[in-house]
Design a protein around this ligand. Structure first.
Ligand code: BG6
Length: 490
């Protein structure tokens, strides 16, 4: 989002030899460096427990990861050799954090850096409080320049743990130093929701209960739990996807126009939406778990057969909900959301369905009925939107057909940058707009507290379907149905 230049800095990654660092952080940093967006003076310090690792070993490991990510060895050699460093944190004792401080100070003077630092927690969530305390007690929460702390999702596993984590973070860091990541906010198409709504006056005047019949948000994945059962069994879809990514989409669609486009105003409006959502009743929620099925003609194992999953697990891999936002704008407009693993295809789509024309003028001409206009925003994988209209089919008999007007992001702009590039650059320039405020994280957990306590019944759905049939009943008997995927690519 930013237009500011990045100042000389040290980027410290705790969890420096982990999967996130290899798959996301180093490729994003390397791409930014190659685009010359990081400035000439910057270093990356990987911090991990591995005592056998050193600067050279870390560079070699990073090079392999970057080549796997599609970089050429020649293209990355200079950056890896000059920018990457490694520091062992051992068991994370006070002495080891002090040594980390000494190492960072050494890099500062070696590379003539003014003490600007990012600490990125690419760690298992259980390690966050210890790492934050270690940094804070070693005095690494302040420096001669700026210091920022990036915390990956999940931010807590319920309201109480999110409050505790906020308390630990605030003991050492001010809110303006904290960057809580939800990678959905870094996606270009998610940011575009704000532009779509607030730069195009035609939609804003339709964006309310007078015009909108319902809003549907689908975040579907065709992948299963893969090899992450250890984490997922404890999380489930409500914690893994709904509390963060899905809720972010609800607040971006539901928020009021911010006074200005800065972090404080945007985040304030998003928090207001979360606080306006009515308590979620158990009859407004359906949980599901995938069973054996077929995806793209291939056999897909059921959740209970996945490696590491308990044979009698009741962890939900699917959640559908009906939400009500109690504001003047949205009173009476249902927001239907659903997310799940091993669904028919990967698709993140928002469908805004408008009220029908009040009378059907053409009924007498052939018994045709008018349909609602629907605005379909596809956030991934084929980014774009479609606005669906009724048109007359040529010739006779007189017949109406609903057809879309398309916009396809890649056709217009080509490749779209990865979310992590955007978020890392924003961290480095100090733009918090696309990061989650501490109050926002708590407001979101507060919404789902009751559901976390009294887990609803978990219904089965075959892999490759669109979820349990029970989710259909959430839409009531008024003729609404889940909107099927609308392709924006012709
Ligand atoms: C992560 C979840 O936050 O988001 C994963 O932990 C999920 O379970 C992933 O697969 C989806 O992200 P994306 O960017 O592929 O939609």
């Amino acid at each position: 989002m930013t237009t500011t230049r990045v100042e000389p800095h040290t980027f410290v990654i705790l969890g420096g030899t982990g999967d996130l660092t290899r798959r996301k952080l180093l490729p994003a940093l390397c791409t930014l460096a190659r685009k010359q967006l990081l400035g000439k003076r910057h270093v990356v310090l990987g911090v991990a427990r591995d005592e056998a690792m050193n600067d050279e070993g870390f560079r070699q490991w990073a090079r392999e990861g970057l080549v796997e990510a599609g970089f050429t060895p020649e293209g990355i050699a200079a950056w890896c050799d000059s920018c990457l460093h490694y520091q062992c944190i051992g068991r994370g004792t006070a002495r080891e954090y002090a040594e980390l401080g000494t190492r960072i100070a050494g890099l500062d003077s070696e590379h003539d850096l003014p003490g600007n630092r990012v600490f990125y927690l690419a760690l298992p969530p259980g390690a966050y409080p210890g790492a934050i305390t270690g940094l804070g007690e070693a005095g690494l929460n302040r420096s001669a320049g700026w210091t920022r702390l990036v915390i990956e999702k999940p931010f807590g596993r319920d309201l109480a743990s999110a409050q505790e984590l906020n308390a630990v973070a605030h003991r050492y860091f001010s809110e303006s130093q904290l960057y809580r990541i939800d990678h959905y906010l870094g996606k270009e198409t998610v940011q575009n929701l704000l532009v779509f709504r607030f730069a195009n006056a035609i939609f804003e005047s339709l964006w309310n209960r007078d015009r909108v019949r319902n809003v549907q948000i689908t975040v579907a994945e065709s992948l299963g739990v893969e090899l992450r059962a250890g984490y997922y069994e404890q999380a489930g879809a409500l914690r893994d996807m709904v509390q963060n990514h899905v809720t972010q989409l609800v607040s971006l669609i539901g928020m009021e126009v911010p006074a200005t486009f800065d972090a404080e105003s945007v985040r304030h409006e998003k928090i207001k939406v979360l606080r306006s959502i009515s308590e979620i009743r158990s009859e407004d929620v359906v949980f599901g778990q995938y069973s054996t099925g077929q995806i793209n003609g291939k056999h897909a194992a059921g959740y209970l057969e996945e490696p590491g999953v308990a044979p009698n697990s009741r962890t939900e891999s699917y959640v559908a909900m009906r939400l009500s936002i109690d504001t003047w704008r949205w009173q009476g407009v249902p927001f239907y959301v659903r997310t799940g693993k091993r669904l028919s295809r990967r698709l993140t789509q928002i469908a805004v369905t408008f009220h029908r024309a009040p009378i059907c003028l053409f009924e007498s001409l052939g018994g045709c009925d008018t349909n609602s206009n629907v605005l379909v925003l596809t956030l991934q994988p084929d980014e774009g939107f479609a606005l669906c209209f009724d048109v007359k089919e040529p010739a006779t008999p007189f017949r109406l057909r609903t057809l879309p007007l398309h916009f396809h992001y890649r056709e217009a702009f080509g490749e779209i940058p990865d979310a992590y590039q955007t978020l890392l650059l924003d961290t480095l320039t100090g733009d918090q707009t696309l990061f989650v405020h501490g109050d926002e994280a708590e407001a979101s957990w507060r919404l789902y507290g009751t559901l976390l306590d009294q887990k609803p019944r978990v219904h089965s759905y075959p892999a490759g379907s669109w979820g349990p049939v029970e989710a259909d009943r959430l839409l009531g008997g008024g003729g609404d149905a889940w909107h099927g995927p609308v392709d924006v690519v012709r």
